[in-house]
Write a protein that binds this ligand. Structure first.
Ligand code: SIN
Length: 286
């Protein structure tokens, strides 16, 4: 029987009693979706999944994104984006510094993703302790806790999300290759509501992030900069955050509307980390 146990943090629950390598019946799937909407992040420990099983379970939620960077996907599986520090035959097998800043996935796209399903294949261990945790922050809790005056300032406003700004940030792995004019043309800056409404729960979610949000439309530049900075500080407070310490075999789903996340890059080779992620197609924020 499926059991949902909240983490005790502002978000997150652990789900046991279901084997995701097997077809999941409708009632169990409905319970999983409800838990995801309620807890925003859910983790199924101890799963053993083939790539096909990972993809098949992900498809129960709807259409999957194919990642644009095929060189960062598992060979033969454009749905499986690899996040890893491993180098094979002189080439990285996946994205080495994905999610180093607080962000929500594809916030710079017209239809940001609905969520992701992230599977832990290899976890770096040092002195018996896992490294490479992931932090998740609840954007419903962060919005709820804002002062009324800030809620009023944000009401009805849009914020600009820029792939180019996020791409160009300084990274541990060094500078990235310049984006080509074609790539830049394909990723125009994207205004979305600074506070969006969750399409299922109807809850309001703060929708700005330090990785990609550059401006609150309609505010003087200095006021926009200061407000964004204070929102970035606000949303990452411990009271809104769940820190997931990975165990090999964890299968974790995050709701990309009601949360944002950040990777903790506190490990290096020879400690190996290998994760694979499917990404659910989303809808236009409102
Ligand atoms: C991501 O942002 O998709 C990766 C998060 C992680 O590697 O922990």
């Amino acid at each position: 029987m499926i059991t949902v146990t909240p983490t005790g943090a502002a978000l997150g629950a652990r789900i046991t009693g279901v084997d995701l390598s097997q077809p999941v019946d409708d009632a169990t799937f409905a319970a999983i979706e409800n838990a995801l909407h309620q807890h925003e992040v859910v983790v199924f420990p101890g799963q053993t999944l083939t790539p096909e099983q990972h993809i098949a379970f992900s498809r129960r939620f709807g259409e999957l994104e194919h990642h644009v960077r095929l060189d960062r996907c598992r060979p033969g599986y454009p749905e499986l984006f690899v996040v890893s520090n491993i180098i094979e035959n002189g080439k990285p097998i996946g994205s080495q510094d994905a999610g180093f800043f607080w962000h929500s996935d594809l916030c710079y796209a017209a239809e940001p993703s609905r969520g992701s399903l992230f599977y832990a294949h290899e976890i770096p261990m040092q002195d018996g302790q896992p490294r490479g945790d992931t932090l998740f922050a609840s954007m419903t809790a962060a919005y709820e806790a804002l002062p009324d005056s800030t809620k009023r300032t944000l009401a009805g406003r849009k914020a600009v999300n820029s792939y180019i700004a996020g791409y160009s940030r300084e990274r541990k792995s060094g500078p990235r290759p310049q984006l080509t004019p074609e790539q830049r043309a394909k990723t125009p800056d994207m205004p979305h509501p600074a506070v969006r409404t969750h399409p299922v729960t109807g809850k309001k979610c703060l929708f700005v992030n330090e990785g990609y949000t550059t401006e609150i439309v309609g505010l003087p530049a200095e006021e926009s900069r200061e407000l964004l900075q204070s929102l970035f500080e606000h949303l990452k407070q411990d009271r809104f955050v769940y820190r997931h310490r990975w165990t090999q075999g964890d299968f974790l789903i995050w709701d990309n509307c009601s949360t944002q996340h950040r990777a903790v890059l506190d490990y290096e080779l020879p400690l190996r980390r290998r994760m694979e992620r499917t990404t659910l197609r989303g809808s236009v924020p409102f």
